[in-house]
Design a protein around this ligand. Structure first.
Ligand code: FEO
Length: 161
C-alpha cells in the first residue's frame, strides 16, 4: 500500500519537526556548555541525536511506502534560555506538543485504513510516553529539590548513553 497524499505530507512535516527538535536541543546544549553545565549539555546533545534519528526513521519508512520526501528549510530555534528548570519545562512542553503531532498522524493512518503506517507510528506513540516522562521527572526533581540539586543532576545526566 502506498502512502496517501495526506499522510505523505504529514510525514514530510514531521521530518521537518524532528529536525527542528534536534536543533532546539542543540541550542539548549550550547546554552548549558556556555554556563559550564556539561552534563546537561551532553544530555541535550544525545537528545538532539535521537531527534535526527527519528527524522531518519520517518524518511526511510515514507520512502519505502512510496511517499515523496523532500528536505525543506528548518525554522530558526530559540537561543536565549532561562534557568535549568525553565529549560526542562520547555523540553517537557515541547515533547507534549510532538506527541500531539504524532497522534494526528495516527488519526490520518486510521482514516486511510493504512495499518502498516498505524503500526509504524505506534512505535513513536510509545517513544513519546517515554520522552514526556523523562522530561517530567527532571522537572519534578528540580522543583522538589531546588536548584541546589543542579550539580548532582548535571553529573547524573552527563552519563546518558
Ligand atoms: Fe522525536 Fe522528542 O520526539
Amino acid at each position: 500500500m502506498v502512502l496517501s497524499q495526506k499522510l505523505a505530507s504529514a510525514f514530510n512535516e514531521q521530518v521537518n519537526a524532528e529536525m527542528w527538535s534536534s536543533n532546539l536541543y542543540l541550542s539548549m546544549a550550547v546554552h548549558f556548555k556556555k554556563v559550564g553545565l556539561n552534563g546537561f549539555a551532553h544530555w541535550m546533545e544525545k537528545q538532539a541525536e535521537e531527534e535526527m534519528d527519528h527524522a531518519r526513521k520517518m524518511i526511510d519508512y515514507a520512502i519505502d511506502r512510496g511517499g515523496d520526501i523532500t528536505i525543506g528549510q528548518v525554522n530558526v530555534v530559540p537561543t536565549a534560555w532561562g534557568s535549568v528548570t525553565e529549560v526542562f519545562e520547555h523540553v517537557y512542553k515541547h515533547e507534549c506538543y510532538v506527541s500531539e503531532l504524532i497522534d494526528k498522524m495516527v488519526g490520518i493512518a486510521k482514516e486511510d485504513k493504512d495499518y502498516a503506517s498505524e503500526d509504524f507510528l505506534y512505535g513513536f506513540v510509545r517513544e513519546q510516553v517515554e520522552e514526556e516522562a523523562t522530561a517530567k521527572t527532571i522537572v519534578d526533581q528540580l522543583k522538589n529539590y531546588g536548584e541546589c540539586h543542579v550539580g548532582i543532576l548535571d553529573h547524573r545526566l552527563g552519563k546518558r548513553d
